[in-house]
Design a binder for this molecule. Structure first.
Ligand code: A4P
Ligand code: MG
Length: 185
């Protein structure tokens, strides 16, 4: 099922204060495809955010967390935004809550209705309580890099984890290291 909004792209030129950002989506409870589709729409209508591109939905085996948790659906989006990174993360947390996420009741890396992670925000490198950008685990996770490459293959991942390499290059390396074939050329 393709749950992407039918017209996600806003055909205007970027404003001077807009930053390009990438967001990961993950769900492994409830009707995952409906949740991710609804989250695409919620991001599309956020104030100060223009949704530019949505990836496909990827069925992925859970990494970490409690044993026997259900498989995930993962996706990624590219946005342009006038929100700062903290404001954007706060808006994403509000979208998670609107989809039934309750952090107080869940285990770390445990099952969740919706997880939204801020992966990349322009060329910023931030390491503060409550906000690390680029997302610290993005370079080690196929379930993040594969959808991300669909919407931002040429995006550079700044900071110590990405070293300025592109998403496509990081994905190729991780696929080689994991013995997964079919890397992007
Ligand atoms: N936080 C700091 N930086 C960020 C950022 N860039 N984006 C803080 C999002 N959040 C950020 O996050 C914990 C804290 O990280 C928050 O207080 C936030 O302010 P959380 O969403 O409450 O908890 P979490 O998601 O369980 O923790 P974490 O460490 O972000 O987990 P991950 O790395 O997101 O991993 N397997 C598959 N196949 N697919 C998945 O999607 N997801 C996870 C969660 C584990 N295994 C998975 C998947
Ligand atoms: Mg998270």
């Amino acid at each position: 099922m393709d749950t992407r909004p039918s017209h996600p792209e806003t055909p205007s030129t970027p404003g001077p204060s807009e930053a390009v950002a990438f967001i990961a989506l993950g769900a492994n409870l409830g009707d995952r495809a409906v949740t991710i589709g609804s989250a695409f729409e919620s991001v599309r209508i956020l104030g100060g955010v223009r949704l530019e591109a949505c990836s496909n939905l990827h069925e992925t085996a859970p990494v970490g967390g409690p044993p026997d948790q259900p498989a995930y659906l993962n996706a990624a989006v590219r946005v342009r935004t006038t929100l700062g990174p903290r404001e954007l993360l706060a808006a994403l947390h509000a979208v998670e809550r609107a989809h039934g996420r309750d952090r107080a009741r869940e285990a770390r890396w445990g099952p969740r209705t919706l997880d939204l992670d801020l992966l990349i925000y322009a060329d910023l490198v931030i390491d503060e309580p409550g906000l690390t950008v680029p997302h610290p685990r993005l370079v080690e996770r196929l379930f993040v890099l594969e959808p991300l490459a669909e919407v931002g293959a040429d995006a550079a991942v700044p900071g110590p984890s990405g070293g300025g390499r592109t998403v496509a290059s990081l994905l190729r390396s991780l696929r080689n290291a994991s013995g997964v074939g079919g890397g992007l050329s």
